[in-house]
Design a protein around this ligand. Structure first.
Ligand code: NDP
Ligand code: 8X3
Length: 247
């Protein structure tokens, strides 16, 4: 039986990914800070899901959680780097530096740390890494500033990892979702439910399940295939034009 670890499994895409993988017969380590949610998920899905609560920004806590894994969950075949967040929607010139640091610490520094910790085992088992990037890493938009930049890092780190892992059999993929209705906007706006409802209302956004199905598809492709990068949007979302400031 194959084993996956999914970061950010207390809600949204990560939680749906745990459900999808467990439903397809994988053993799954579900992580995130909210231990109560992880315990409920593991309780619901049964013995095949192990809850490991830690803050991914804390490298010591991450290492300790990996070291404390029960024997049958230690041989990880798939790392889904999903934990992440955006904070703030305003322009760079009025942004909070602490919020920028939190996004970099979570979306970039923590992602590379857990990847670094798991790489030897993934190479040994010819495993796979799926990184959750974003369309925000490709297309700039007002207020995207550091969030989009962290996701551009994830996109390029994914491709560079592929280069370094050439010949190892390890597969590395980035998924770039557009709008997915999760707790993402609630977190981004500091708990503004009306803003979240307004963004998704009437838009037919993607669901967390849509992205979880994509992760599962990538993870279960024949071993000679690698999805490098996959951009996916709801039909209702597309591109806007350049802006021009006039005197
Ligand atoms: P949610 O807010 O619903 O889920 C985010 C998850 O990340 C939660 O489980 C949260 O767990 C976890 N997380 C955040 N910070 C930390 C931390 N310091 N330590 C451990 N876990 C953490 O949002 P989504 O499901 O939408 O987001 C998942 C990923 O998808 C993110 O990387 C996001 O950038 C990306 N994405 C989302 C899109 C969208 O439109 N929703 C579009 C494109 C990409 P907890 O708070 O319990 O720690
Ligand atoms: C989330 C997508 O467009 O809200 O990564 O930045 S967006």
């Amino acid at each position: 039986m194959k084993t996956a670890i999914v970061t950010g499994a207390t809600s949204g895409i990560g939680e749906a990914t745990v459900r999808a993988l467990a439903g397809a017969g994988w053993q799954v380590i579900a992580t995130g800070r909210r231990a109560d949610r992880l315990a409920a998920l593991a309780g619901e899905l049964g013995q095949g899901v192990h809850a490991a609560a830690f803050d991914v920004r804390d490298v010591g806590a991450t290492r300790a959680a990996l070291d404390a894994l029960p024997d049958r969950f230690r041989r990880i075949d798939l790392l889904v780097n999903n934990a992440g967040l955006a904070l703030g929607t305003g322009p760079a010139q009025s942004a909070d530096l602490d919020q920028w640091r939190t996004m970099i610490d979570t979306n970039v520094t923590a992602l590379v740390a857990i990847t670094h910790a798991l790489l030897p085992g993934l190479i040994e088992r010819r495993g796979a890494i799926v990184n959750m990037a974003s369309v925000a890493g490709t297309y700039p938009y007002p207020g995207g500033n550091v969030y989009g930049a962290t996701k551009a890092f994830v996109q390029q780190f994914t491709l560079n990892l592929r280069s370094d892992l050439h010949g190892t059999g390890v597969r590395v993929s980035a998924i770039d979702p557009g709008m997915v209705e999760t707790e993402f906007t609630l977190v981004r706006t500091g708990g503004d439910a009306a803003a979240s409802d307004k963004l998704y209302g009437g838009a037919q956004p993607m669901t967390a399940q849509d992205i979880a199905d994509t992760v599962l598809w990538i993870a279960t492709l024949p071993p000679h295939l690698n999805v490098n990068r996959l951009e996916i949007m709801p039909v209702s979302q597309s591109f806007a034009g350049f802006q021009v400031a006039r005197s």
